[in-house]
Write a protein that binds this ligand. Structure first.
Ligand SMILES: *Cc1c(COP(=O)(O)O)cnc(C)c1O
Length: 396
């Protein structure tokens, strides 16, 4: 390659089309099959995909949902969480995690994150729970008096939160344990078990940017508890069982047969794609070191014993916003996940949090930057990302 060639390399943050292209024929055949069958709502294609995901996660049951957001909503509804209740979660996540809690009239309680993994910090949760008040046989949020009902950790960026600790805390305080595993299908915890098998119920998303992405919205709840799975199945069809008889109030939370067909074609490739992401991550780490960037850029690490799926490769960067503008001007995509921690969002102002209540989430929001990591990312593109960053810090 000529020295000038690298200038013309554009590196998008994500390339969904490149991911689907090699599977075009199989995807079209799967879509045709659904179209020809005329069964677009639930049915055998959805059931087959549910069984495949349950097996993949090592759990007994999977219930296809219309999105990751609706999977969270249904999981919370299955535990009857609503007004007067509180759910402990992380402020450093996609909005849906806490949005689902608030939409049901319950109160999100935000505890700070671990600065290395960016996941909800079990020590912060333990310290908060130690201040909980016992009222009428229940543990309550000291600020509002709301009854504490569940812990909702997120496996952020594709790496499991410290679920062993959260299982212990959930048992100690009588709380449900829900995994927001939207970014983490395929991730493994220290005990080797997959995300989805680490709490009472887990919620996945098949949004196109996730490691297993559909052709639109989709999600899933997985659980080992057959009664809970049945409740989720009823909630996803307006709480109807039998048809037109409603003991529960649910919603329309169904996964489309067309999405299930597409996702079933893609699932067998997921492990290869995760391996490619992990190879890209290892390559970046080495290249940053070789370029002398370690002081300005902290690459993400894998929690010892865990298996990270790198849905996102998120660095901490000195002078983050100017670095991002520099990358953008040179055709390198990046994104900030997430620029405003949830405890600082305007819609949650009435919860009464101050920014400094979760200092690590606040610092992460100011310092983190996601770089291109998708499986099809080639070496020339990775090289370009590192060169542009090195150029910004004067190490080019
Ligand atoms: C993507 C995501 C969701 C929501 O999933 P959708 O399918 O987009 O509704 C929830 N939580 C986290 C952490 C996510 O990354």
């Amino acid at each position: 390659m000529n020295p000038g060639d690298s200038e013309t390399i554009h590196v998008p943050l994500l390339d969904v089309a490149a991911n689907n292209r090699p599977l075009r024929e199989a995807l079209r055949a799967a879509i045709d099959e659904v179209c020809d069958s005329g069964r677009f709502i639930l049915g055998p294609v959805v059931e087959r995909f549910e069984r495949a995901v349950a097996e993949y996660c090592g759990v007994g049951h999977a219930v296809g949902m219309s999105s990751g957001t609706d999977a969270l909503l249904a999981a919370l509804m299955a535990f009857d969480i609503g007004p007067g209740d509180a759910v402990v979660t992380t402020p450093y996540t996609f909005f849906a995690t806490a949005g689902a809690v608030a939409r049901l009239g319950a109160r999100p309680v935000f505890c700070d994150i671990d600065p290395v993994s960016f996941n909800l910090d079990p020590d912060a949760v333990a310290a908060y729970l130690a201040r909980a008040e016992r009222r009428g046989g229940h543990w309550c949020d000291p600020a509002s008096g709301a009854r504490l009902r569940a812990l909702l950790p997120v496996h952020l960026y594709g790496q499991c939160a410290d679920m062993a600790r959260f299982r212990g805390l959930a048992a100690e305080y009588g709380l449900h344990l829900i995994e927001d595993a939207a970014q983490a299908l395929g991730a493994r915890d220290r005990d080797g078990r997959r995300a989805g098998a680490l709490g009472e119920v887990a919620c996945f998303s098949f949004f196109p940017s996730k490691n297993l992405g559909g052709f639109g919205d989709g999600g899933m709840c997985v659980t080992d508890d057959p009664a809970l799975a049945e409740r989720l199945r009823i909630l996803r069809v307006h709480g109807s069982k039998p048809k037109y008889h409603h003991a529960l109030i649910g919603g329309n939370f169904r996964l489309d047969a067309l999405q299930a067909a597409v996702l079933a074609v893609k699932l067998p490739h997921l492990d290869d794609w995760i391996e490619a992401r992990r190879r890209n991550a290892a390559w970046y780490r080495e290249a940053f070191r070789a370029a002398g960037l370690d002081e300005m850029l902290t690459a993400p690490t894998e929690t010892p014993g865990c298996f990270h799926t790198f849905n996102q490769f998120v660095v901490r960067a000195a002078d983050r916003d100017r670095l991002r503008a520099h990358l953008d001007a040179r055709g390198v995509g990046s994104e900030i996940y997430y620029p405003v921690p949830l405890h600082c969002q305007a819609c949650f102002a009435e919860l009464g949090y101050r920014p400094e209540d979760c200092p690590e989430a606040l610092r992460a929001a100011a310092e983190t930057l996601a770089l291109p990591i998708y499986p099809e990312l080639g070496e020339a593109q990775r090289r370009r990302v590192v060169d542009v960053i090195a150029d910004f810090y004067g190490r080019g």
